[in-house]
Design a binder for this molecule. Structure first.
Ligand SMILES: Nc1ncnc2c1ncn2[C@@H]1O[C@H](COP(=O)(O)OP(=O)(O)O)[C@@H](O)[C@H]1O
Ligand SMILES: Cc1cn([C@H]2C[C@H](O)[C@@H](COP(=O)(O)OP(=O)(O)O)O2)c(=O)[nH]c1=O
Length: 205
């Protein structure tokens, strides 16, 4: 039994993950948990360097290279940050994890899910988050929300058709793993989204 809890946030770009991450962190702290906040790709010095390459909007790479780099960053992240924190009994919140690879590289880029299953098995064995919040938002609303913040990265520059496939793959995954993945309707106003989150976290702390 791992003493801590591992919670991941997922969704297409602009769904509201980063916004709610800080809120969740405060709630967990106020309930006495030691919280580690992290993100993917990234979370370690090597992972952050890989993130730069992966998100660079001037860069191009084969879809399999992209998947391999995501999992390489994840291997490092598990080893250096996630597993040690959970072993100490900390609660770890990660802005994205493996579901994003199935959604973006599998759904968006069209890589065979079996290849991603093999990478997942290689990098993390049976290890899975205790709880995943999937923030579901329409592609149109997600795009509206990201367009006002900062210049688009390599993924954010993708067309709506790409994000529709990503969203479909997320929904498919949420239906495949209903006990782990909670679907949050992120089209709602912020206060309503928080209420939905609150209901779920009251079952774990
Ligand atoms: N439910 C919501 N209603 C209105 N605006 C939202 C909502 N969720 C997020 N936003 C806004 O949308 C933008 C993108 O949110 P962000 O949390 O950065 O998304 P993500 O991390 O999923 O890409 C931010 O400006 C945020 O304030
Ligand atoms: C973790 C992960 C992320 N991604 C993509 C999804 C996002 O577009 C991007 C990371 O961006 P994100 O963390 O959403 O960045 P920000 O909110 O700062 O713009 O990487 C994948 O394609 N596969 C993965 O396995």
């Amino acid at each position: 039994m791992i003493p801590g809890k591992f919670i991941t946030l997922e969704g297409i770009d602009g769904a509201g993950k980063s916004t709610h991450l800080g809120w969740l962190e405060n709630i967990f702290r106020s309930r006495g948990k030691t919280v580690v906040v992290t993100r993917e790709p990234g979370g370690t010095p090597l992972g952050e360097a890989l993130r730069e390459l992966l998100l660079d909007d001037n860069g191009t790479m084969h879809a399999e290279t992209e998947a391999l780099l995501m999992f390489a960053a994840r291997r490092e992240h598990l080893d250096k940050v996630i597993l040690p924190a959970l072993a100490r009994g900390d609660w770890v919140i990660s802005d994205r994890f493996t579901d994003a690879s199935f959604a973006y590289q599998g759904g968006g880029r069209g890589l065979a899910m079996q290849k991603l299953d093999s990478l997942e098995q290689w990098v993390q064995g049976e290890f899975q988050p205790d709880l995943t919040f999937y923030f579901d938002v329409t592609v149109e609303l997600g795009r509206q929300r990201i367009s006002v913040i900062k210049p688009a990265d390599r993924f954010e520059k993708e067309h709506d058709a790409f994000f529709r496939k990503v969203r479909d793959a997320y929904l498919e995954r949420a239906h495949k793993f209903p006990r782990r993945i909670s679907i949050i309707d992120a089209n709602q106003p912020l206060e309503e989204v928080k209420k939905s989150l609150d209901k779920i976290i009251s079952t774990i702390c």
